[in-house]
Design a protein around this ligand. Structure first.
Ligand code: HEM
Length: 144
């Protein structure tokens, strides 16, 4: 018979509930990411002219359509939270000192939040049209 040892640091019931939601998030976001990531790879690298078609205009064309903005922002949020929560699990499994564990986890969520804010801003505020006035403030090397 296999006997499972009592965990080193049993946590509260409330904490166990949070862990359950984190675990469920990994499963559900994994299924949605499977569709989003392979859809993304198929559209960008395979369909139409494939990888040769990818340039500034290709990206600008996609982000002119609200469908692709929502698609890309969803992929960004789901993957970043999924990856960060997965890293949190690894940190919790491997760190020995409580202060190190907490600092690493805080850092992970701060970086995740910053990337989510920046990435979302890029997707929703992207404007492919360069300012008509740009020639006046571009560095010399870009003129002519
Ligand atoms: C194709 C889409 C993906 C699927 C189906 C998927 C599925 C999963 C599942 C089910 C788990 C939980 C494993 C467990 O608890 O034993 C997991 C863990 C994890 N995933 Fe994903 N994932 C995907 C994409 C990603 C992406 C894009 C990232 C990075 C941004 C990522 C990073 C992680 C990490 C760091 C873990 C924790 C591994 C561990 O606990 O050892 N995954 N993934």
């Amino acid at each position: 018979m296999v006997t499972i040892e009592t965990p080193r640091s049993p946590r509260s019931r409330k904490h166990a509930k949070w862990e359950k939601w984190g675990w469920l998030y990994m499963r559900y976001s994994g299924v949605i990411l499977l569709v989003l990531i392979f859809g993304h790879l198929f559209i960008n690298l395979y369909s139409g002219e494939g990888i040769k078609a990818i340039d500034f205009a290709f990206v600008a064309g996609k982000w002119a359509d609200p469908f692709w903005q929502v698609y890309d922002v969803s992929m960004l949020w789901l993957a970043l939270i999924h990856g960060t929560n997965g890293m949190r699990t690894i940190v919790n499994d491997y760190t020995e000192r409580e202060t190190v564990r907490k600092r690493l986890n805080y850092t992970l969520w701060i970086v995740c939040g910053a990337l989510i804010i920046l990435g979302t801003l890029v997707c929703v505020t992207f404007d492919p049209c360069i300012d008509q006035n740009a020639v006046n403030y571009l560095p010399e090397v870009c003129k002519g």
